[in-house]
Design a binder for this molecule. Sequence first.
Ligand code: TYM
Length: 335
Amino acid sequence: MRVVSGIQPTGNLHLGNYLGAIKQWVAMQDDVAASGGECLFFLADLHALTQPVVPAELAANTIEMAAALIACGIDPAKSILFNQARVPAHSELAWLLGGTARMGWLNRMTQWKDKAGKDRDGQSVGLFTYPVLMAADVLVYKTTHVPVGHDQKQHLELARDIATKFNQDFGVELFPLPEPLVSAAAPRIMSLRDGSAKMSKSDPSEASRIHLTDSDEAIAQKFRKARTDPEPLPGEMAGLDERPEARNLVTIYAALADTSAEAVLADFAGQGFGAFKPALADLAISVIGPIRDRFTQLLDDREAVGRHLAQGAAQAAARAAPTLAEAQRAIGLQV
Ligand code: TYM
């Protein structure tokens, strides 16, 4: 089993990233190592270039996001933690796969359509070819499993299509097809202000998301102000079908408490948000508070975090090199 996943070092880690992806990464690292496999987790700093860049911010965010992952429980002694830009094989394989991926496939990507909106001509080329780099990130390690939130599933299906076509076109069995592992507990954490939009770093409203760096007061206030409805909580999930904001808060509670949404409703059925929101805030603070404290401590020594990344990059580069060389040979490149 080889597990690979990444996160863009833009802004702060939020509860959607944590519950949708990072919590799975942390849970997997021991089991995968115990079964003789490996986990590689990286900061997707090259993907961050698809949006306007402030260089000093990108550099600082990369260290801070690495510290945040370590604070969440990613252990650089157990998992390989690095930033993508330090392992050039990602970019090199992405160029090779650019010959395999089709324009039509990329045109169908919902993230491209959402982010580009009506102004396709004004977008960076990188935003369009973003999923090809993502395919390279995964395929360069012959990855078997990719733990992600639901929003990345389509990109991984594309990675499978690219792998299949490459193997067929060049008559090789180079790339295994990577399996997306979408968190069952929290596939899509939604905005606290709008139950139809995902919780996202790019939402202009800070109140829409909980950051793992938020103070206890900020966490409590954001949940207090979260949009809901006047109805009490039902006894069963079916009762939340038409209530996306309420369903989102119940999902967050269940994911934080490592229990099922049904079990949460069994405890809170008949109660209103006046009772549920403070309980949710207390639970969130009990999970996020210790992560925030570790994060703050880690940032006292940014150089130490940088050293972890450098060490991880060397380990990652050693694993990527043979696959890149095989791909080059399959294509007929003399390198
Ligand atoms: P990114 O940085 O947007 O998000 C990192 C991870 O967090 C998950 N996520 C969510 N899960 C549930 N609810 C939400 N509201 C939510 N918001 C974010 C994402 O699904 C993701 O798992 N393109 C990727 C980074 C990447 C990558 C890769 C991932 C680059 N190369 C290769 C896997 C494999 C991205 O921008 O994720």
